[in-house]
Each structure stands twice: as structure tokens, then as C-alpha cells.
Design a protein around this ligand. Structure first.
Ligand SMILES: C[S@@+](CC[C@H](N)C(=O)[O-])C[C@H]1O[C@@H](n2cnc3c(N)ncnc32)[C@H](O)[C@@H]1O
Length: 324
């Protein structure tokens, strides 16, 4: 992963703020070299074995397409397909690489469709995507004319998937770093828009998560917060005893009113609920590229309003809020 373009973007940023310099140590090879979690060395070996294929054919629509089958020989394509399988599970997408369609677990384009026209336009914005996974939404943010997208995610396997994709589209102003939000220097006061989608209920301290997001934004910047929620009045929050929908890292599932209360307490203003939805078995499902358990295995087979633990099934909400 060539991080030099990101380094120079930060160093030469006209809106440069001293706090941004604090990001630079994370962009050094030395930082990446010391990461030992998530079998990073193995992912790097796999990345190093990718074929070199250059292409001008990039389209960042619902299916993010990089390259065309005409860009390389059939044998190279077959070897690429084998490499892509080594990076399973592919959860967020869909993608097509040189005509190889990757039907991912999530049809992430559906979430993007629900929110993209209800947030402040991303044109010329600097965007932070916290918990970006393999960067699918970052590609869509570039389609919406964002100037720069920085994704962060501590899960190395997803970061490796992004680096695989970026290997074939090296000039896009989209970067993903193996970092958690808590590791970012604070306050950055920099980004015009920050996304946190599908992350807050994984945090043991959701309030700190919101404060950290606020510190990344410039004053007046927009937070796009997406979460699962359960029905309930202001102040209500479900704390699963153990697992929730098979996940053992879910801490707090708030009601919408509680989530808004949290945002207000953290100093956000201008709150808007821009979408409420229920994930369907068509949007999240097992596929050839994610052959493990999926939503159908997390819900009660006789009553889809309950999880298999007997708790209220998740619904999803998207809220926009402004850093005052
Ligand atoms: C449910 S996935 C959501 C992925 C994507 N944002 C979406 O909406 O489809 C949650 C992601 O957040 C990441 N994550 C969890 N804790 C995080 C943290 N403290 N900072 C940044 N990312 C985090 C996980 O590794 C995972 O990739």
C-alpha cells in the first residue's frame, strides 16, 4: 500500500491543522511493520502475490467495478480468482474485479441508496469512514465527489481486502488504515463528514465513541451515524446478557430516542433521523463469497421479529448530526 499520496495530501493540505501531523506516524512503513495482530504478515504475503494488471476502467456504482476482462489474459484472470477466494469472507460489496463478480454477504448498495441523497452532499468534502470494513462505502463516497476518503478499521482481514482492491486502482484518493477510532490523535478537527455505520453497538463506551467522532470533525461538520436499534422510549437501551443475533461483541442496542439523547449530550446539534429500515434476508445472506452463517442463522426461524436468543430482532436507523 503506497501511503505517500496520503502523506503529501496531509502535509500540503490548505486547511492544514497542527493536529493532522499527529496522523503521520500511522502512515509510516514502520507502523505497519509492527502490526502483529490478525495475521497481518500472512495477508501481506497474499497481497504481494497479486498479479500486476493495470486498468483505466473503473466504475463506482452500486457494484464497484475495477478493470475489464480484456485487461489481462484468461490465465491471469483465473489466478486472480483463486487469490480472491483466499480473502474470503467478503462481507461488504458487491464488487467486480476484471469481470469476476463478487456477490458479497451484504448488498451494501441498498444501505447507501437509503442514505446517499439525505446527507449533506459530499462534493469536495474530506470524509472519514470509521469501521469502514473493506472500504465499499468509501468507493461510493468518491462516486459522490468526495475529495478524499480515509477509512479506518482495526480488523486486518478487511483492511487487507481493501488493499487488494486498491492494488488495482492505485490512484483513487481513498485510503484505509488498520486503526481503531480510539487510536486516532485527538482532536483532529478536520473532516467535513464522518461516518460511523454499524460500529456504535460494538463499543463498550458508546458515549466515548460519539465524543471521539465529534473530535474528528471540523466545527460545522456532519456526522452520519448508523446503528441497529430496538423499540423503546428515551433512555431505554438493550444490553444483551451474552450474545445478540449470534454476535458476542454487542454491548448496547439503544432506542432511537436514546441514541438522539446521547448525541445531544455529546454536543451535536441539528439531529435528523434520515432512515429507518429492517434488514431483509435478501440484503444480508450467505453467498459463494461469504459461505458462513449469516442473518438467517441469527433470527428465530419461526418468528423473524426475534433473534435466536429470543431478543427483539435488530432494526436499523441512520441519523445525521452537526458538530456545533
Ligand atoms: C458491522 S461492521 C460495519 C461495516 C460498515 N461500516 C457497514 O456499515 O457495513 C463494523 C466494523 O467496525 C469495525 N470496528 C469495530 N470497532 C471499531 C473501532 N473502535 N474503531 C473503528 N472501527 C471499528 C469492525 O472491525 C467492523 O469492520
Amino acid at each position: 500500500m503506497d501511503l505517500k499520496p496520503l502523506q503529501s495530501l496531509i502535509k500540503n493540505s490548505p486547511q492544514k491543522r497542527p493536529s493532522l501531523d499527529a496522523l503521520l506516524p500511522f502512515l509510516q512503513q514502520a507502523y505497519l511493520d509492527q502490526i502483529k495482530t490478525g495475521d497481518f504478515p500472512q495477508w501481506r504475503q497474499r497481497l504481494a502475490a497479486l498479479p500486476q494488471i493495470s486498468t483505466d476502467s473503473i466504475s463506482l456504482g452500486a457494484k464497484v467495478c475495477i478493470g475489464s476482462p480484456d485487461d489481462c489474459a484468461a490465465a491471469t484472470l483465473e489466478s486472480l480468482r483463486q487469490r480472491l477466494l483466499e480473502f474470503i469472507p467478503w462481507r461488504k460489496g458487491p464488487f467486480s474485479l476484471f469481470g469476476i463478480d463478487m456477490d458479497t454477504e451484504w448488498q451494501s448498495n441498498l444501505k447507501w441508496d437509503r442514505l446517499q441523497h439525505r446527507i449533506s452532499p459530499l462534493t469536495q468534502r474530506k470524509v472519514l469512514d470509521v469501521g469502514c470494513g473493506n472500504g465499499y462505502y468509501g468507493f461510493r463516497m468518491l462516486e459522490s465527489d468526495a475529495d478524499l476518503v480515509l477509512g479506518i478499521d482495526p480488523h486486518i482481514a478487511y483492511v487487507a481486502q481493501f488493499w487488494l482492491l486498491k492494488h488495482f486502482a492505485p490512484t483513487l484518493p481513498l485510503f484505509v488504515l488498520p486503526l481503531s477510532l480510539e487510536q486516532l490523535p485527538t482532536p483532529l478537527n478536520y473532516f467535513d463528514t464522518a461516518f460511523s455505520m454499524g460500529v456504535i453497538y460494538h463499543r463498550r463506551s458508546p458515549i466515548d465513541h460519539l465524543l471521539e467522532l465529534k473530535n474528528c470533525l471540523r466545527p460545522g461538520g456532519e456526522l452520519v451515524l448508523e446503528s441497529i436499534y430496538v423499540d423503546g422510549k428515551e433512555g431505554y437501551c438493550l444490553m444483551p446478557e451474552k450474545k445478540y443475533a449470534r454476535m458476542n461483541n454487542v454491548w448496547f442496542v439503544p432506542s432511537i430516542k436514546t441514541l438522539m439523547q446521547w448525541l445531544l449530550r455529546c454536543g451535536f446539534t441539528d439531529l435528523k433521523v434520515i432512515d429507518e429500515s429492517v434488514t431483509t434476508l435478501d440484503e444480508q445472506r450467505k453467498t459463494q463469497w461469504m459461505p458462513y452463517e449469516s442473518l438467517a442463522d441469527a433470527l428465530d426461524s419461526t418468528n423473524q421479529e426475534l433473534t435466536i436468543e429470543g431478543l427483539p430482532a435488530p432494526k436499523r436507523v441512520v441519523i445525521t448530526a452537526t458538530r456545533a
